[in-house]
Design a protein around this ligand. Structure first.
Ligand SMILES: Cc1cc2nc3c(=O)[nH]c(=O)nc-3n(C[C@H](O)[C@H](O)[C@H](O)COP(=O)(O)OP(=O)(O)OC[C@H]3O[C@@H](n4cnc5c(N)ncnc54)[C@H](O)[C@@H]3O)c2cc1C
Length: 408
């Protein structure tokens, strides 16, 4: 089936609306909440909860772009500010986990109140990473033990995006990965919805970070934290690994969350990279040094070559991202494409923003402008939702058709 990304009238309108939000509501407070790292960006959170979350899907009844449009929105909003994007009161990654692994009843129970009118802003989050388990998420040590009709969680989760809001604000929730059977390895790992305020879930602290400083990144401790048995997402059955087979079905279910979240992170990276590139192009234009796109390669300046390379990297990352999202729309397996997009975009945004600072010199390095901030905001896209190396590993495994045990 041919893929085309020509925006419909409706999606172009929607995109323009998100761009306006980014320009008018995010950029003006971008520096403020980068400086005031742990303050709640009240004006943004309140506006988003009251107005922004209704979104804008365009006016005409075009075919719509589904998940591609979600990625376009992420790009526009992260062109505004990636930290503020992550601080939006939404189900976020926790919602992706519920959507990927939850039953229809769980989706209704945990997600529908996010659409209710009024009330206070609420957040969702997903907690996988532990002090001794990051890239190797199968090594997690947080346990879940069934006691009657409740699961009892014990362990510590670190670097949980939106973990402060999701664990504290009534209506919020944290999806926690824990093992119900350590012996079973990956097959024993399940995810549990822990509603905000559940006794035994403690907010230990929040990180001071290099970038995306408007986003809260929490450490959460679980001590005899009890949730109803019905809060386990999907099936509690542990399918022990058949040594003759290479797959791990149960774990794969939980990992399916990444097929949706990696294209979004890739789109976020594209948004930050575009912010830096746009700033470079505007500055060069003001100085009368815009790249000559029609100059023969032998006559191009080094600056022109650098800018065109940045543009090519950005475009490649965006097309990979939209392809992964489009496949999701079509219900096609997209793990390979999602990891390709994430790996490419993480690297592209890191290079583009560093190059932007290099081209602009002192202007790029100064806090008078946001370019130095974008350079700091860029790097996280190469770390969370699978690091650069891990996504490259996934791509290699998928292309070569090697199980994880053979290529690690
Ligand atoms: C700001 C921020 C927000 C985050 N948000 C969340 C969140 O919401 N939820 C959550 O669960 N986690 C979150 N994380 C955690 C993030 O997903 C992990 O940091 C990431 O998965 C890497 O794990 P690690 O830090 O333990 O590094 P490690 O796994 O220890 O890796 C260290 C280095 O070794 C490399 N490496 C590891 N294994 C291999 C291998 N097999 N082959 C080649 N290289 C390898 C890695 O690529 C990396 O460069 C967040 C992190 C940050 C910084």
């Amino acid at each position: 089936m041919p893929i085309g990304f020509e925006p419909t009238e409706s999606s172009a309108e929607s995109r323009a609306w998100y761009h306006e939000v980014a320009r008018e509501r995010m950029r003006p407070i971008s520096r403020k909440y980068d400086d005031q790292e742990h303050d709640l960006p009240v004006e943004w959170v309140e506006w988003f909860w009251a107005e922004g979350r209704k979104g804008h899907t365009g006016s005409s009844d075009g075919p719509g772009d589904g998940f591609v449009q979600v990625c376009m929105q992420a790009e526009e909003l992260c062109w505004g500010d990636a930290g503020l994007y992550l601080r939006m009161p939404t189900p976020a990654l926790g919602g992706s986990a519920v959507s990927a692994a939850g039953t229809p009843e769980q989706k209704k129970r945990f997600l529908s109140h996010f659409r209710d009118e009024g009330g206070d802003p609420i957040w969702g989050a997903m907690a996988i990473t532990e002090p001794q388990a990051g890239s190797d998420s199968a090594a997690i040590e947080t346990t879940a033990t069934l006691d009657g009709d409740e699961w009892v969680l014990n362990g510590t989760k670190i670097f949980c995006t939106a973990g402060e809001g999701a664990s504290q604000q009534p209506g919020g929730f944290v999806v926690v990965w824990a093992t119900v059977d350590k012996e079973a390895g990956r097959a024993g790992i399940k995810s549990f919805v822990v509603p905000a305020g559940t006794p035994g879930m403690e907010l230990v602290g929040v990180e001071n970070k290099l970038g995306i400083r408007a986003s809260d990144t929490a450490t959460l401790r679980f001590e005899d934290c009890r949730v109803p048995a019905a809060n386990l997402l999907g099936s509690s059955e542990v399918k022990k690994r058949d040594p003759k087979k290479t797959g791990d079905k149960g774990f794969k279910g939980a990992m399916a969350t990444f097929d949706a979240s990696r294209p979004i992170v890739a789109a976020m990276a594209v948004g930050v990279g575009r912010a830096a590139l746009d700033f470079v192009l505007e500055t060069l234009e003001r100085e009368g040094r815009s790249p000559r796109y029609d100059a023969p390669p032998t006559e191009q300046t080094a600056l022109e070559r650098d800018v065109m390379q940045m543009e090519a990297e950005l475009q490649a990352a965006r097309l990979l991202t939209w392809r992964a999202a489009w496949m999701m729309n079509q219900g096609k397996p997209n793990s390979l494409e999602a990891s390709m997009a994430k790996a490419k975009a993480g690297l592209a945004v890191t290079r583009i923003t560093q190059q932007a600072v290099a081209i602009l010199g002192p202007t790029g390095y100064s806090t008078k402008h946001l370019v130095e901030k974008w350079m700091r905001d860029a790097k996280i896209n190469d770390i969370y939702e699978g690091t650069q190396q891990i996504n490259q590993l996934i791509v290699a495994r998928k292309i070569l058709d090697y199980p994880s045990a053979m290529l690690r």
